[in-house]
Design a protein around this ligand. Structure first.
Ligand SMILES: *Cc1c(COP(=O)(O)O)cnc(C)c1O
Length: 282
């Protein structure tokens, strides 16, 4: 089920995004850790063929926000055989009842959305059961998700709980490797108003973590920035950007000739609302 032209489009879009990532990284002030930002290609709602195509162009990190969809895509026989070095990131809300299912995902690389001590414990125990550290030696990389915008519709820890949660993971979750902090932030922030306050909040959370754990900022990654703001996110210090629609195309509308501009805007708005809802419900 290859769609005409898909292959070239994904490759071109991916290269263009990688280029923009590079240029944004070059604009960062020297005071920020000089880490090469990781591009996570968010393939949600897109078919495995697109994942394979992006992989062929060199992409290795991919993100999904539903456990079931991730499990299916990562277990797809073609993905398994064509993408041996793929690294899957889980970036959606994780419910405790889905933890075991998530642990079964082949090539699971990082869970970016640990948002409570309880969930950390659950993931730690589940990972120990599936891949005992003694045999594989592999810890599961995790990030702690912070609700920087304080919106009810967003998941994540209240900022005041960041340090204790990170401390808990480091002290009491031997199967987990703490990698950094993640936020989604408010949608549609107008950058002409100045730096995105959600990203600034995540930066200040990192400062707190670094001070209290006595570690350098280069040891705590920041996952922030999506299609519409990943360059800004990198300029202010993101080390992990999650980009979907700019690589794979818009989500959620029928594969028919371009709708009228007006319809398209309305559809995008509707899809945005739907995503905001599903982000919360999922
Ligand atoms: C969908 C999604 C993205 C990517 O969004 P785009 O705007 O398509 O780049 C990034 N992060 C999370 C958590 C998502 O759910």
């Amino acid at each position: 089920m290859w769609r005409g032209g898909m292959s070239e489009e994904v490759g071109k879009a991916l290269c263009a995004v990688l280029d923009r990532v590079q240029q944004a990284a070059a604009r960062r002030p020297q005071s920020l850790p000089n880490l090469h930002p990781r591009l996570v290609a968010v393939s949600k709602t897109k078919p495995p063929e697109m994942v394979i195509e992006a992989y062929r162009y060199g992409q290795r990190n991919f993100g999904e926000n539903y456990v079931q969809e991730l499990l299916e895509k990562a277990s797809n026989p073609q993905v398994l055989s064509s993408c041996p070095e793929i690294k899957w990131h889980f970036i959606g809300h994780l419910q405790k009842k889905n933890v075991n299912k998530l642990m079964a995902v082949p090539n699971l690389f990082m869970v970016e959305t640990v948002d409570s001590v309880n969930l950390a414990d659950k993931v730690n125990a589940a990972w120990q059961k599936v891949r005992p550290t003694s045999t594989s030696g592999q810890k599961l990389k995790v990030m702690v998700q912070i609700n920087t915008s304080g919106e009810d519709s967003k998941h994540g820890l209240p900022p005041g709980d960041t340090v204790t949660t990170v401390q808990h993971i480091m002290a009491s979750c031997p199967a987990l490797e703490f990698m950094g902090l993640m936020t989604i932030g408010r949608y549609g922030y107008d950058l002409s108003q100045g730096p995105n306050p959600d990203f600034q909040m995540l930066l200040s959370q990192r400062r707190e973590v670094c001070t209290s754990l006595q570690v350098g900022p280069e040891t705590v990654e920041l996952s922030m920035g999506m299609s519409n703001d990943f360059e800004h996110a990198i300029e202010v210090g993101s080390t992990n950007v999650r980009v979907g629609s700019t690589i794979f195309g818009d989500r959620g509308y029928p594969n028919t000739p371009s709708p009228e501009r007006k319809t398209k805007v309305v559809t995008e708005e509707a899809v945005g609302k739907l995503e905001r809802l599903t982000v919360k419900e999922q």
